[in-house]
Design a protein around this ligand. Structure first.
Ligand code: PHB
Length: 405
């Protein structure tokens, strides 16, 4: 397969060189379209993610146009409904070989993003991660850039906040894969440094749906509070519901976690049970800024509602910003065989701009987004549940990048 990819890429490079020669003779410019392949869940339990990516891309293009540096940017979507690295690689390869994309983007689950490292290196194209949040991903290729968050980034300020609140004994409960393990490690390291104690560390299979046994273990741990991470969507919903239904909330165990637990599309289903949940995160729909209001208004104008706008929306929206800037810096010379993917990523190191989430910048070392992390509490405003931002921790880097190396 790798040989096939190489052959296809050589043919593309030859085609590009041939096109250039003809173009020079005929006075034509570079091919005026570049394709961006987006891999994400568009069906199944996490279908909401793909919808938020697609809609945010449309909002960006409605605001900025479909053309940059004389090049039309066209998005091609592939449905990957769950964490499945082999399938991620196959779909991404199809995008590179058949669609001849100049960029790969999207990727909700960590294993799906990790699986394409050899492919983006071989094809020499950038990969803009809209979500997958395990710190180690960007270490695997210089062609990765990420516009979401990492578990380390959200967890360090949360653990410090919990310690400041006088909480001393905490149980951690996380999904047993990359981001969960990062969250557990970030929490334990930070909280213990601040004088707290982690009394039990629970790892739950990624596909768990029955949380009752874990609730028993949380109760038995004697902890005053829980730090929890599960990937946003049906899993977080079921976990928060189990926490309440099994009487842990009534026992006074305080519930904390990154904001994946209380993302906006899930709040109506959680209902009043969500009131008071405290999280740290990079984006709240309720973020008070002109940029965010404009973003939401444009979303509503295009799609009739902005109720489901969430962190995956801004991950994609800012991801498109980064892609546009790479195209601009390359003077429109983008696409397979025309662009050095590593150089393109190099060109946006240190880039800063205002996102609907607040000020952001691409860290030149980690190629991950530096941003403000907010402390939020679920409250009711005008009959709607919202993540109200109550404190801000500016300029948070990915504390997990090369952690322990
Ligand atoms: C991930 O797999 O990296 C991931 C998925 C969903 C989240 C956060 C991280 O909410």
């Amino acid at each position: 397969m790798r040989g096939y990819l190489r052959g296809a890429l050589l043919a593309t490079a030859f085609g590009a060189a041939f096109g250039l020669a003809c173009g020079a003779a005929g006075g034509a410019a570079w091919a005026a379209t570049v394709k961006v392949g987006v891999v994400a869940p568009f069906s199944g339990p996490f279908a909401m993610v793909g919808k938020t990516f697609k809609e945010a891309i449309a909002v960006y293009q409605a605001e900025h146009g479909k053309e940059v540096a004389g090049t039309t940017v066209e998005f091609v979507f592939k449905d990957l409904d769950q964490a499945n690295p082999a399938q991620s690689k196959a779909l991404s390869q199809e995008l590179v070989v058949k669609e001849k994309v100049g960029f790969l983007a999207g990727y909700f689950f960590t294993p799906d993003a990790l699986a394409v490292a050899p492919l983006i290196d071989e094809a020499n194209i950038p990969c803009v991660i809209f979500n997958a949040a395990t710190s180690a991903i960007t270490e695997k290729s210089p062609r990765y850039v990420r516009t979401s968050f990492t578990l380390w980034q959200n967890t360090v300020p949360l653990a410090e906040h919990m310690a400041r609140q006088g909480i001393r004994k905490v149980v951690t409960a996380v999904s047993d894969y990359g981001p969960g393990i990062d969250g557990e490690t970030a929490f334990k390291t930070t909280f213990e440094k601040a004088g707290g104690q982690v009394v039990d560390s629970i790892r739950m299979p990624l596909k768990s749906t029955d949380f009752a046994p874990f609730m028993q273990r949380i109760r038995d741990s004697g902890a005053e509070a829980i730090y929890a991470f599960l990937p946003a969507g049906p899993t977080t919903l079921a976990f928060v519901k189990a926490f309440n239904d099994n009487g842990l909330k009534d026992r006074g165990i305080k519930f904390f976690g990154p904001g994946d637990l209380t993302q906006e599309p899930d709040l109506p289903a959680l209902g009043d049970a969500a009131l008071g949940l405290t999280t740290t995160f990079n984006y709240s729909q309720a973020h008070d800024s002109e940029k965010n209001r404009r973003f939401l208004a444009r979303h509503k104008e295009l799609f009739g509602s902005s109720d489901t706008v969430t962190f995956t929306s801004v991950g994609a929206y800012d991801g498109v910003e980064v892609i546009y800037r790479m195209i601009e810096k390359a003077g429109g010379k983008v696409g397979p065989g025309k662009m050095d993917g590593a150089k393109a990523v190099e060109s946006i190191k240190g880039l800063s701009w205002e996102s609907p989430r607040g000020p952001v910048a691409i860290d030149p070392d980690s190629r991950h987004v530096t941003q403000t992390i907010y402390l939020r509490v679920v409250e009711k405003e005008g009959g709607r549940l919202i993540n109200k931002e109550v404190a801000a921790f500016p300029n948070q880097p990915d504390y997990g990048y090369k952690a322990g190396k």
